[in-house]
Design a protein around this ligand. Structure first.
Ligand code: ADP
Length: 400
């Protein structure tokens, strides 16, 4: 079975066509600037060069039809016709408490996802637009929703309840949900496989450090604690997001700087984090260059980032009362050996020792701890699309 995985944002759409048996990616690409002038379409058949074309994409339906045309193109396509696509998987950001696993999309499921829109106003509506466009163009093909929040539904109440009036949980569903679930699930499982450990018994801290970043404590294959919250703004200092701050800052700045809630939220989501502290960039590569040029604020941004990661890893080891492995993934985690080295300086007390030579690499699976390190340290590149394709294959086969 061939599976089309769609990750639909408000103005962009990433896609991959995966052979579910061989787990090979047949083609992948990206639609950008959907609904904006100058839309771009990127297509890459595996083993061939990437092509980037400017094609008008006034809406997501047009983008998806361009993707389907490219996949079935006589010359550069990878399938003869659309009937070869056995299922479409959609990454859906927020499933609230309703979805603890991936699910076959029906009208009813769409209604429930829409009921979570308030919890992820930037992401969920865009995700649903992608689902509806695919359903229109491929009415006979099963669609599956895979939720970023689902993996964290195993967190116990003491981890997800906020210290505010309980009725805000029961009435308004205010609680910690957590995100990057598909990535944390994939990376933790792969870590157990690499180490030859029983996933049901392993205690793993996954550090997903990308532009968005979160940490997850995975105990016996289950998420028991994670750093993002009701929204993906909480926790680590990220590319442009503040992560954890005292909520009192909002009132204080609102009054002092005469800022509205909207302005404060935009500042916290888009202008803060590594970008806000460094004043240079949200991209760690730019910040690293600035540090080399002697920029003190850029150095401070990296130090704050590292300090926060260290604090969360330490807390999550305590939550699990032990740890077998600490794993790095996503853009920074996979590629930035300096950040990994700085973070791991602080864990000698639990017997976790980084091997500088093994750490001297990027973008591939590796154990980077010393041979005698009690706690293993790994890099495992995340593969959310593959995880989604595996889930979909299982669900579609079970539903037959
Ligand atoms: P997201 O999916 O959240 O957009 P990614 O996981 O793709 O983010 O991570 C993107 C980030 O990874 C970039 O902003 C950059 O800071 C970082 N990154 C990528 N390559 C490198 C590298 N070689 N060294 C340091 N940081 C890197």
């Amino acid at each position: 079975m061939k599976i089309l995985v769609i990750n639909c944002g408000s103005s962009s759409l990433k896609y991959q066509l995966i052979d579910a048996q061989s787990e090979e990616v047949l083609a992948k690409g990206l639609c950008e600037r959907i609904g904006i002038e100058g839309s771009m379409f990127t297509y890459q058949k595996t083993g061939c060069d990437k092509t980037v074309t400017q094609i008008d994409q006034p809406d997501h339906k047009k983008s998806i039809s361009i993707v389907l045309d490219a996949l079935t193109d006589k010359e550069n396509g990878v399938i003869a016709d659309l009937s070869e696509i056995g299922a479409v998987g959609h990454r859906l950001v927020h499933g609230g408490e309703e979805f603890a696993a991936s699910t076959l999309i029906t009208d009813e499921v769409i209604k429930v996802v829409e009921s979570c829109n308030d919890l992820a106003p930037l992401h969920n509506p865009a995700n649903i637009i992608g689902v509806n466009a695919c359903r229109e163009l491929m009415p006979e093909t099963p669609m599956v929703g895979v939720f970023d929040t689902a993996f964290h539904q195993t967190m116990p109440p003491e981890a997800f309840i906020y210290g505010i009036l309980y009725e805000y949980y029961t009435k308004d569903k205010v609680r910690k949900y957590g995100f990057h679930g598909t990535s944390h699930a994939y990376v933790s499982k792969r870590t157990a496989e690499i180490l030859g450990m029983d996933y049901d018994k392993a205690k793993i801290v996954v550090c997903h450090l990308g532009n968005g970043a979160s940490i997850c404590a995975v105990d016996g294959g289950k998420s028991v604690e994670t750093s993002m919250g009701l929204t993906p703004l909480m926790g680590l200092v990220m590319g442009t997001r503040s992560g954890e701050i005292d909520p009192g800052v909002m009132e204080y700045l609102g009054k002092k700087e005469n800022m509205s809630f909207e302005e404060i939220m935009t500042m916290l989501n888009k202008k803060s984090g590594v970008l806000g502290i460094s004043g240079v960039s949200s991209d760690f590569r730019d910040v690293d260059i600035a540090v080399e040029d002697g920029n003190k604020q850029a150095l401070l941004a990296l130090q704050v980032f590292v300090h926060r990661v260290v604090s969360y890893i330490g807390a999550y080891i305590a939550v699990m009362n032990d740890v077998d492995a600490i794993v790095f993934t996503a853009g920074v985690g996979e590629n930035d050996q300096k950040a990994r080295a700085e973070i791991m300086k602080n864990f000698g007390y639990i017997g976790a020792y980084l091997d500088p030579e093994k750490n001297n690499m990027r973008g591939k699976e590796a154990i980077i701890s010393t041979d005698d390190s009690k706690v293993k340290i790994l890099v495992v590149p995340t593969n959310e699309e593959l995880m989604i394709a595996r889930d979909i294959k299982r669900i579609v086969e079970e539903s037959k």
